[in-house]
Design a protein around this ligand. Sequence first.
Ligand code: NAG
Ligand code: NAG
Ligand code: NAG
Length: 376
Amino acid sequence: MVSSRLASLAFLISVTVVNAVSNGHCTETILPLSIIANNTEIKLSAPRSQMEVSDLVTRISSLTSNLTSEIVGGPRVNNATYRIWTQLCVPTKPDASKTVELAVHGAGFDHSYWNFGGDGSKYNYVEAVLKAGHSILIYDRLGTGQSDKPDGITEVQSPTEIEIAAQLVKYLRGSPKGNQFKRVIGIGHSFGSATLLGLVSKYGDVLDATILTGFAVAGGINYISYPAIGWTIASVQNPKRFGALPSSYVVSEGVSNSQHFFFHYGGYETAILNAAEAMKSTATLGELFVQLGAPALSYTKPVFVVTGDKDFAVCTGNCYQKFNGVNIVEATKQVFPAVAADKFSTWIPATTGHATNLHLSAPETYGKIQEWIGKL
Ligand SMILES: *[C@@H]1O[C@H](CO)[C@@H](O)[C@H](O)[C@H]1NC(C)=O
Ligand SMILES: *[C@@H]1O[C@H](CO)[C@@H](O)[C@H](O)[C@H]1NC(C)=O
Ligand SMILES: *[C@@H]1O[C@H](CO)[C@@H](O)[C@H](O)[C@H]1NC(C)=O
């Protein structure tokens, strides 16, 4: 279970909206979450210009890069309370297992990655979940959407995001709004998948099952994708949307960069690429330049990895490349050594890039995910 050393989960401070949606209803709440995280001392100061950010990207994507070892210092405890925006959606007809999914979005998006397109959209994962009789909690990760946006180097880092996810699991196991859930399943996308790996790596079987989308760990992190997305200081890229953010917050440079990183040409609708660009969100230098990938040695529950065949960000565009005799997606088993072989599965949607939910294959992918959960 989540360590009792963690500060106890705080109370609900505001319910903003209750919405009826197809097959259920959703409640938005801002939760104050107290965490203690082992962040890393990062030897960088807030960039004074875009040239400094571009230089960091050049250095980390160099084939002989030493940047990580140059900027990583010792541990640095982050003891803080953050306001995190959440939305809990509960189905009209819950399944017998009273399942709730905890959805963790990736870098470049906020919670709306999971209900993309809104009511009736085939890209809306929340609707697929409610239709299957499951509840789902979506939230804005620290630094995005309507959640707090503290320092992007010292505070918004993976260890802090992992502790926030741990607090949300605790929240879901504590009958939020009178809903008693019997199983909590994590689903992540990209950096959100890495966050869930970090969660079960630290806390073991806190999730009853884990679904990692847009994710593969073979061969380490693909920093070649960083120049592709063209990380740009967010307040410079779009002063209207991001003008208030410190220079440690970055965003993709433009629509062609978003395509390069998240999409596979021929596998998506142009309107969806443009919509994703219009609602894009930020990442922080603290998240991007110090990443974790420790194996989940004590996690034994089922794992499902769902990554597009043409994912550029994690497979350099071809997830069927072999790694130790298996494809890159299957090779993710290496970070789950305690998961039995028959509890580890993969699905590789065809003609699909990194943003799995935003491709034409999304409805089929959602069907595969709900089918996998149904068989647990
Ligand atoms: C932080 O790291 C130290 C040393 O590795 C460990 O003893 C401690 O439990 C960690 N604290 C948290 C909150 O993870
Ligand atoms: C990286 O570090 C190693 C060992 O410290 C050194 O030999 C090498 O020249 C460095 N490479 C670069 C690109 O700085
Ligand atoms: C975290 O901060 C709180 C409030 O300032 C303090 O009471 C507590 O001792 C701190 N915990 C650690 C481990 O630093």
